[in-house]
Design a protein around this ligand. Sequence first.
Ligand code: PEP
Length: 254
Amino acid sequence: MDRRYRKVIIAGNWKMNVNPSEAKKLANALLPCAAVRDTTVVLCVPAIDLTVVKRVLRQSRIAVGGQNCHFEESGAYTGETSAQMLANAGAKYVIIGHSERRTMFGDTDEVVRKKVAAAIRDGLRPIICVGESELQREMGMTEDVIRSQVKSAVYGVSADEFRRVVFAYEPVWAIGTGKTATPEDANEICKLIRACLREKYGARPSRGVSILYGGSMNEKNAPALLAMPHVDGGLVGGASLDPDAFAAIVAATK
Ligand code: PEP
């Protein structure tokens, strides 16, 4: 983390867990996470939980976010939620391009690009996920995959809009598997993401973008990952459902 230039963010991704009735309880249990000053905590919750979680957090510095959005503002898109709807329900962030969306729900680079544009248009901060699969890693394709996902996601994002963007390096093989990238590997790829962004936006804006690591982050491995200079926080799945584990990850940013 390098707090001189960028925001440190710990974002929880509840995925398709937690009913609205349980959400109230979990959000209350996570309230103490706001105590770490200078660390931004975000809870990315199922769309149906947004209102109740926002209500619990209304006096707190913890922000809420969505986990996905449609790229259109409104219309005949049964079952979808627009960025505008998320914003209206109190979201400040939205995860875009999570590997579960890319692999299971057909979110191509082109769809990710449109969703990033929609999130920015509707006043949200997109947390853009990029990462290589196990096979791509074994084949030595990691750098190429990251470069192309990064470039495509911000294609069309102006320098001014870029200030709203957050990235997350999430190696697909590390998500929900208990396998974690080594702190050095995570740092190298976060550095590579920053280098790609520098090519497009220049030195100062790329120095200011927060790049998170995600993939089986927990209270044990978080201190070493977060100590890396290019890792500006974490996107946390499983451990975000455990208030003690999540609080320990947030505390590791101190
Ligand atoms: C995620 O869902 O973004 C994630 C990183 O999950 P987990 O922490 O469970 O690997």
